[in-house]
Design a protein around this ligand. Sequence first.
Ligand code: FES
Length: 360
Amino acid sequence: MSTTDQHPGDEIEVPSAEALGSMSDEEVMIIGAEADGVHIVHRRERYPIAGTRAEKRAERTIAALFVLAFLSAVGFIVVFCGAVPFEWHLPGQGSQDFRYFTPLLGALLGLSLACIGIGVVLWAKWLMPEEEVVQDRHDDPSPLPEQIMTSATIMSGLNDFGVARRSMLKSTIGLAGAALGAVPLVALVGAMIKKPNKGAGQSLFHTMWTKGVPIVYADGRRVGPDDLLPGGLETVFPGVPGGVKAGDSPTLLIRLRPGQVVKARKGQSSYQWGDYVAFSKICTHAGCPASLYEQQTGRLLCPCHQSQFDVLLDAKPIFGPATRSLPKLPLGVEVVDGKQYFVAQGDFPEAIGPAFWERP
Ligand code: FES
């Protein structure tokens, strides 16, 4: 145990640099603290006899926390890199386990950070010397002897931390810190390992539209060619059993005005049916619903960032941040009970929504 008879506000005589050099770090630290107006009222080692069973037990508990932090961080990296095969499926069309992917990542990262935090706090509370100090405030610049004492204070603090002699804690916290440090790197390069257009990522290229799927209103009623007036627009959905459960299928069905001609993209001239065309409603900039339609000019406006698509140019972006045309749905009709109704002739020929890298 080390204490001093000094009290807050007492002036102390600071030894010379040579004298300080001959003292231990702890002695210099105490003098330095006093000189700096920090009075150490009480200070004692938690384990005056080193290597007791109680000390080793405390050390092992803290090391276990660091090991757990390491394993959690490694678990995060493994899960993030796809070692656990979470695959996205539509509801009712396969396992919904993919919903646990993000919570699992969060739990593993949180556990790793929590274990390191708790481990460091316990290290300070269980293994470092007990200390009570009272500190004065002062504003003067520090002369050289005080700088030496400050440096000694830091060294003494590190010594109290016991990094040098607690090799088990040193290696386990190093291990946990290294794994945790790798987490941001994995997040950065992980997207390059997992290609969105491979495996489960194929789902990015498909919606619920398939050949023959009825085109329906939001309430499930079927849409026919007589429903819209020229220049009209309607949001429609795939009429699949159980209703639409995916957010990537809303489609704009547009009836052109007389005299309006759409300049179709290569290979897509058959996608139009009569004076009807249909485009994905999901803006190719950031995925907002693009549905403000100006029928006289044939312009479609996305309200989020003002991208404009020219329907007469096959929904090509002509203003704003969007850079890609809205995908076009191939239209057809079928006759039911003597009445014509729209059906899809297939899915959109490309991925809907915002552009992403490695789009074929
Ligand atoms: S989401 Fe449509 S312009 Fe940005």
